[in-house]
Write a protein that binds this ligand. Structure first.
Ligand code: TK8
Length: 330
Protein backbone atom coordinates (compact mmCIF):
# COMPACT_ATOMS: atom_id res chain seq x y z
CA UNK A 1 0.00 0.00 0.00
CA UNK A 2 1.87 2.97 -1.37
CA UNK A 3 0.43 5.87 0.61
CA UNK A 4 0.80 4.04 3.89
CA UNK A 5 4.45 3.26 3.19
CA UNK A 6 5.12 6.89 2.26
CA UNK A 7 3.54 8.00 5.48
CA UNK A 8 5.67 5.64 7.55
CA UNK A 9 8.81 6.67 5.69
CA UNK A 10 8.12 10.34 6.16
CA UNK A 11 7.43 9.83 9.83
CA UNK A 12 10.60 7.77 10.18
CA UNK A 13 12.62 10.58 8.65
CA UNK A 14 10.93 13.34 10.56
CA UNK A 15 11.29 11.87 14.03
CA UNK A 16 15.08 11.39 14.14
CA UNK A 17 15.58 14.80 12.56
CA UNK A 18 13.88 16.65 15.42
CA UNK A 19 15.49 14.39 18.01
CA UNK A 20 18.94 15.07 16.64
CA UNK A 21 18.46 18.81 16.38
CA UNK A 22 15.99 19.84 19.07
CA UNK A 23 17.34 23.40 19.06
CA UNK A 24 16.17 23.92 15.49
CA UNK A 25 12.52 23.68 16.44
CA UNK A 26 13.16 25.32 19.83
CA UNK A 27 14.88 28.36 18.31
CA UNK A 28 12.20 28.74 15.68
CA UNK A 29 9.55 28.76 18.37
CA UNK A 30 11.25 31.23 20.75
CA UNK A 31 8.64 33.65 22.04
CA UNK A 32 11.22 35.93 23.60
CA UNK A 33 14.60 36.54 22.01
CA UNK A 34 16.52 38.61 24.56
CA UNK A 35 19.86 40.33 24.31
CA UNK A 36 22.58 40.25 26.93
CA UNK A 37 25.53 42.61 26.46
CA UNK A 38 28.83 42.90 28.30
CA UNK A 39 32.35 44.24 27.85
CA UNK A 40 34.45 41.08 28.19
CA UNK A 41 35.79 38.42 25.81
CA UNK A 42 33.89 35.14 25.39
CA UNK A 43 36.68 33.32 27.26
CA UNK A 44 36.01 35.14 30.56
CA UNK A 45 34.04 32.99 33.07
CA UNK A 46 31.30 35.63 33.01
CA UNK A 47 30.54 34.72 29.41
CA UNK A 48 31.28 30.99 29.73
CA UNK A 49 28.79 30.62 32.59
CA UNK A 50 26.22 33.00 31.09
CA UNK A 51 26.23 30.91 27.90
CA UNK A 52 25.69 27.80 29.98
CA UNK A 53 22.79 29.45 31.82
CA UNK A 54 21.28 30.56 28.51
CA UNK A 55 21.36 26.95 27.25
CA UNK A 56 19.65 25.69 30.39
CA UNK A 57 17.03 28.45 30.22
CA UNK A 58 16.30 27.63 26.57
CA UNK A 59 15.84 23.95 27.43
CA UNK A 60 13.77 24.54 30.57
CA UNK A 61 11.41 26.97 28.82
CA UNK A 62 11.02 24.72 25.77
CA UNK A 63 12.75 27.36 23.74
CA UNK A 64 10.43 30.18 24.79
CA UNK A 65 13.26 32.33 26.16
CA UNK A 66 16.33 32.55 23.95
CA UNK A 67 19.07 34.72 25.47
CA UNK A 68 21.68 35.80 22.93
CA UNK A 69 25.04 36.98 24.25
CA UNK A 70 26.85 39.97 22.78
CA UNK A 71 30.30 39.98 24.43
CA UNK A 72 33.30 42.26 24.06
CA UNK A 73 31.51 45.62 23.73
CA UNK A 74 29.73 44.53 20.53
CA UNK A 75 26.76 46.67 21.60
CA UNK A 76 28.91 49.63 22.68
CA UNK A 77 30.79 50.50 25.85
CA UNK A 78 29.41 50.33 29.38
CA UNK A 79 27.77 53.76 29.22
CA UNK A 80 25.93 52.77 26.03
CA UNK A 81 24.84 49.41 27.42
CA UNK A 82 23.63 51.07 30.63
CA UNK A 83 21.42 53.36 28.55
CA UNK A 84 20.20 50.45 26.46
CA UNK A 85 19.24 48.30 29.42
CA UNK A 86 17.32 51.23 30.89
CA UNK A 87 15.36 51.84 27.71
CA UNK A 88 14.76 48.14 27.07
CA UNK A 89 16.84 48.11 23.87
CA UNK A 90 18.82 45.31 25.50
CA UNK A 91 17.49 42.98 28.15
CA UNK A 92 20.48 42.04 30.30
CA UNK A 93 23.72 43.73 31.25
CA UNK A 94 26.33 42.91 33.90
CA UNK A 95 28.01 46.11 35.01
CA UNK A 96 30.36 46.45 37.90
CA UNK A 97 28.66 48.36 40.73
CA UNK A 98 31.26 51.05 40.01
CA UNK A 99 29.78 51.58 36.56
CA UNK A 100 26.10 51.55 37.55
CA UNK A 101 26.92 54.25 40.15
CA UNK A 102 26.31 57.00 37.59
CA UNK A 103 22.66 55.89 37.75
CA UNK A 104 22.46 54.43 41.27
CA UNK A 105 24.99 56.36 43.38
CA UNK A 106 24.63 54.06 46.37
CA UNK A 107 25.41 50.87 44.38
CA UNK A 108 29.21 50.65 44.75
CA UNK A 109 29.35 50.59 48.53
CA UNK A 110 31.31 47.33 48.16
CA UNK A 111 33.99 49.24 46.25
CA UNK A 112 35.08 51.53 49.07
CA UNK A 113 38.86 51.16 49.12
CA UNK A 114 40.13 48.15 51.11
CA UNK A 115 36.65 47.42 52.52
CA UNK A 116 37.02 43.63 52.24
CA UNK A 117 40.01 41.68 53.56
CA UNK A 118 38.82 38.32 52.19
CA UNK A 119 36.23 36.48 50.09
CA UNK A 120 34.49 35.15 53.22
CA UNK A 121 33.56 38.70 54.13
CA UNK A 122 32.65 39.55 50.53
CA UNK A 123 30.09 36.79 50.09
CA UNK A 124 28.69 37.18 53.61
CA UNK A 125 27.93 40.81 52.73
CA UNK A 126 26.84 40.38 49.11
CA UNK A 127 24.64 37.32 49.77
CA UNK A 128 23.29 39.05 52.86
CA UNK A 129 22.33 42.57 53.92
CA UNK A 130 24.57 44.55 51.59
CA UNK A 131 23.51 42.69 48.45
CA UNK A 132 19.83 43.01 49.41
CA UNK A 133 20.26 46.75 49.95
CA UNK A 134 21.96 47.24 46.55
CA UNK A 135 19.32 45.10 44.81
CA UNK A 136 16.53 47.24 46.29
CA UNK A 137 18.28 50.47 45.25
CA UNK A 138 18.58 49.13 41.70
CA UNK A 139 14.89 48.15 41.56
CA UNK A 140 14.05 51.80 42.36
CA UNK A 141 15.38 52.94 38.97
CA UNK A 142 13.35 50.37 37.06
CA UNK A 143 15.97 47.65 36.73
CA UNK A 144 15.90 44.16 38.19
CA UNK A 145 18.98 42.66 39.85
CA UNK A 146 19.33 38.87 40.06
CA UNK A 147 19.97 37.89 43.65
CA UNK A 148 23.40 36.38 43.18
CA UNK A 149 26.19 38.79 42.34
CA UNK A 150 28.84 37.32 40.02
CA UNK A 151 32.56 37.72 40.72
CA UNK A 152 34.83 40.14 38.91
CA UNK A 153 37.53 39.76 41.57
CA UNK A 154 39.81 41.92 43.67
CA UNK A 155 41.08 44.78 41.59
CA UNK A 156 44.86 44.92 41.14
CA UNK A 157 46.99 47.79 39.94
CA UNK A 158 49.12 47.48 36.80
CA UNK A 159 51.61 49.93 35.27
CA UNK A 160 53.91 50.11 32.28
CA UNK A 161 56.93 52.19 33.40
CA UNK A 162 57.73 51.31 37.00
CA UNK A 163 56.33 49.23 39.85
CA UNK A 164 54.41 50.75 42.74
CA UNK A 165 55.41 49.75 46.28
CA UNK A 166 54.27 52.67 48.44
CA UNK A 167 51.63 55.39 47.87
CA UNK A 168 54.47 57.80 46.97
CA UNK A 169 55.13 55.74 43.84
CA UNK A 170 51.64 56.61 42.62
CA UNK A 171 52.34 60.35 42.54
CA UNK A 172 51.20 61.81 39.24
CA UNK A 173 50.75 58.42 37.52
CA UNK A 174 48.21 58.60 34.72
CA UNK A 175 45.85 55.79 35.57
CA UNK A 176 42.68 54.77 33.80
CA UNK A 177 39.77 54.16 36.16
CA UNK A 178 36.16 53.12 35.40
CA UNK A 179 33.72 55.96 34.77
CA UNK A 180 32.80 56.20 38.45
CA UNK A 181 33.13 58.97 41.05
CA UNK A 182 34.32 56.49 43.69
CA UNK A 183 37.25 55.25 41.57
CA UNK A 184 38.26 58.79 40.68
CA UNK A 185 38.12 59.87 44.32
CA UNK A 186 40.12 56.82 45.47
CA UNK A 187 43.02 57.41 43.11
CA UNK A 188 42.98 61.18 43.53
CA UNK A 189 43.24 60.69 47.29
CA UNK A 190 46.21 58.39 46.72
CA UNK A 191 47.97 61.12 44.72
CA UNK A 192 47.63 59.61 41.23
CA UNK A 193 46.13 61.33 38.16
CA UNK A 194 43.03 59.22 37.35
CA UNK A 195 41.36 59.38 33.94
CA UNK A 196 37.84 57.91 33.80
CA UNK A 197 37.42 55.86 30.63
CA UNK A 198 35.16 53.06 29.40
CA UNK A 199 36.69 49.59 29.50
CA UNK A 200 36.29 49.28 25.72
CA UNK A 201 39.01 51.91 25.25
CA UNK A 202 41.52 50.68 27.82
CA UNK A 203 43.66 48.33 25.73
CA UNK A 204 44.31 50.91 23.02
CA UNK A 205 44.88 53.72 25.50
CA UNK A 206 47.55 51.64 27.25
CA UNK A 207 49.08 50.55 23.97
CA UNK A 208 49.40 54.11 22.68
CA UNK A 209 50.58 55.28 26.14
CA UNK A 210 47.76 57.79 26.51
CA UNK A 211 47.69 56.34 30.03
CA UNK A 212 50.38 54.52 32.03
CA UNK A 213 48.36 52.39 34.37
CA UNK A 214 45.00 50.73 35.01
CA UNK A 215 43.45 48.48 37.64
CA UNK A 216 41.42 45.32 37.12
CA UNK A 217 41.21 41.80 38.57
CA UNK A 218 43.63 39.09 37.39
CA UNK A 219 41.07 37.20 35.24
CA UNK A 220 40.49 40.38 33.20
CA UNK A 221 44.23 41.02 32.80
CA UNK A 222 44.45 37.55 31.31
CA UNK A 223 41.31 37.26 29.16
CA UNK A 224 41.38 40.84 27.82
CA UNK A 225 45.13 40.43 27.21
CA UNK A 226 46.11 43.53 29.16
CA UNK A 227 49.43 41.78 29.94
CA UNK A 228 50.41 42.64 26.37
CA UNK A 229 50.37 46.34 27.22
CA UNK A 230 51.32 46.37 30.92
CA UNK A 231 54.59 45.31 32.59
CA UNK A 232 54.12 45.53 36.37
CA UNK A 233 51.35 43.97 38.43
CA UNK A 234 50.75 45.02 42.03
CA UNK A 235 48.58 42.72 44.18
CA UNK A 236 46.92 45.61 45.95
CA UNK A 237 43.43 44.03 46.35
CA UNK A 238 42.24 47.61 46.75
CA UNK A 239 38.62 46.97 45.69
CA UNK A 240 36.53 43.84 45.60
CA UNK A 241 34.38 44.10 42.50
CA UNK A 242 31.41 42.08 41.30
CA UNK A 243 29.13 41.92 38.27
CA UNK A 244 25.56 42.81 39.04
CA UNK A 245 23.33 40.69 36.80
CA UNK A 246 20.81 43.31 35.71
CA UNK A 247 17.65 42.88 33.65
CA UNK A 248 15.77 45.72 32.03
CA UNK A 249 12.66 46.21 34.16
CA UNK A 250 10.58 46.87 31.04
CA UNK A 251 11.33 43.67 29.21
CA UNK A 252 11.81 41.48 32.31
CA UNK A 253 8.23 42.21 33.38
CA UNK A 254 6.98 41.12 29.96
CA UNK A 255 8.15 37.56 30.62
CA UNK A 256 5.57 35.18 32.13
CA UNK A 257 6.21 34.55 35.80
CA UNK A 258 7.26 30.91 35.34
CA UNK A 259 9.82 31.93 32.69
CA UNK A 260 11.23 34.62 34.98
CA UNK A 261 11.57 32.06 37.74
CA UNK A 262 13.44 29.63 35.50
CA UNK A 263 15.71 32.40 34.18
CA UNK A 264 16.57 33.85 37.56
CA UNK A 265 17.12 30.38 39.03
CA UNK A 266 19.51 29.38 36.24
CA UNK A 267 21.40 32.67 36.33
CA UNK A 268 21.81 32.50 40.11
CA UNK A 269 23.07 28.92 39.88
CA UNK A 270 25.55 29.74 37.14
CA UNK A 271 26.68 32.72 39.18
CA UNK A 272 27.82 30.40 41.96
CA UNK A 273 29.79 28.31 39.46
CA UNK A 274 31.27 31.48 37.99
CA UNK A 275 32.51 32.47 41.46
CA UNK A 276 34.26 29.09 41.67
CA UNK A 277 35.88 29.66 38.26
CA UNK A 278 37.24 33.02 39.40
CA UNK A 279 38.51 31.50 42.67
CA UNK A 280 40.50 28.96 40.63
CA UNK A 281 41.85 31.67 38.36
CA UNK A 282 42.89 33.78 41.35
CA UNK A 283 45.44 31.12 42.22
CA UNK A 284 46.59 30.27 38.70
CA UNK A 285 46.60 33.44 36.62
CA UNK A 286 49.56 35.22 38.21
CA UNK A 287 52.02 32.49 37.16
CA UNK A 288 50.63 32.59 33.62
CA UNK A 289 51.02 36.36 33.41
CA UNK A 290 54.58 36.07 34.74
CA UNK A 291 55.37 33.57 31.99
CA UNK A 292 54.09 36.21 29.56
CA UNK A 293 56.52 38.79 30.92
CA UNK A 294 54.71 40.59 33.72
CA UNK A 295 56.50 41.22 37.02
CA UNK A 296 54.46 41.14 40.25
CA UNK A 297 54.85 42.48 43.75
CA UNK A 298 52.49 42.62 46.73
CA UNK A 299 52.59 46.05 48.41
CA UNK A 300 51.69 46.38 52.07
CA UNK A 301 48.15 47.83 52.02
CA UNK A 302 48.53 49.61 55.42
CA UNK A 303 50.24 52.80 54.15
CA UNK A 304 47.63 53.10 51.35
CA UNK A 305 44.83 52.93 53.91
CA UNK A 306 46.63 55.49 56.06
CA UNK A 307 46.81 57.95 53.17
CA UNK A 308 43.12 57.44 52.42
CA UNK A 309 42.25 58.10 56.05
CA UNK A 310 44.46 61.16 56.25
CA UNK A 311 42.95 62.60 53.05
CA UNK A 312 39.43 62.20 54.43
CA UNK A 313 38.45 59.64 51.80
CA UNK A 314 36.55 57.39 54.23
CA UNK A 315 34.81 60.26 56.01
CA UNK A 316 33.70 61.73 52.70
CA UNK A 317 32.29 58.47 51.35
CA UNK A 318 30.68 57.49 54.65
CA UNK A 319 28.75 60.73 54.41
CA UNK A 320 27.84 60.19 50.74
CA UNK A 321 26.65 56.61 51.18
CA UNK A 322 24.91 57.40 54.48
CA UNK A 323 24.76 55.41 57.68
CA UNK A 324 22.20 52.91 56.42
CA UNK A 325 24.52 51.62 53.71
CA UNK A 326 27.78 52.14 55.57
CA UNK A 327 26.79 49.98 58.55
CA UNK A 328 26.21 47.07 56.15
CA UNK A 329 29.90 47.24 55.27
CA UNK A 330 31.03 46.78 58.87
C1 TK8 B 1 32.94 45.42 34.64
C2 TK8 B 1 34.30 44.89 34.25
C3 TK8 B 1 35.47 45.84 34.32
C4 TK8 B 1 35.14 47.21 34.70
C5 TK8 B 1 36.16 48.19 34.20
O1 TK8 B 1 32.13 45.85 33.63
O2 TK8 B 1 35.72 49.01 33.46
O3 TK8 B 1 37.34 48.13 34.56
O4 TK8 B 1 35.04 47.27 36.06
O5 TK8 B 1 36.36 45.40 35.28
O6 TK8 B 1 34.25 44.32 33.00
Amino acid sequence: DFSRRTLIKTAALAVPATLAMPWVSARAAAKFTYKYGNNLPLTHPLNVRAAEAADRIRAATNGDLDIRIFPNNQLGGDTDMLNQVRSGAIDFFTPSALVIATLVPSAPINAVGFAFPSYDKVWAAMDGDLGAYVGAEIEKVGLHMMKNVWDNGFRQLTTSAKPVVTPDDLAGIKIRVPVSPLSISLFQSLGAAPTPMQFSEVYTALQTKVIDAQENPLPILQTAKLYEVQKYGMLTNHIWDGFLFIASGKTWSRLPEDVRKIAEGALNESGIKQREDIAKMNSSVKADLESKGMVFNAPDPAPFREVLKAKGFYAQWHEKFGDEAWTRLE
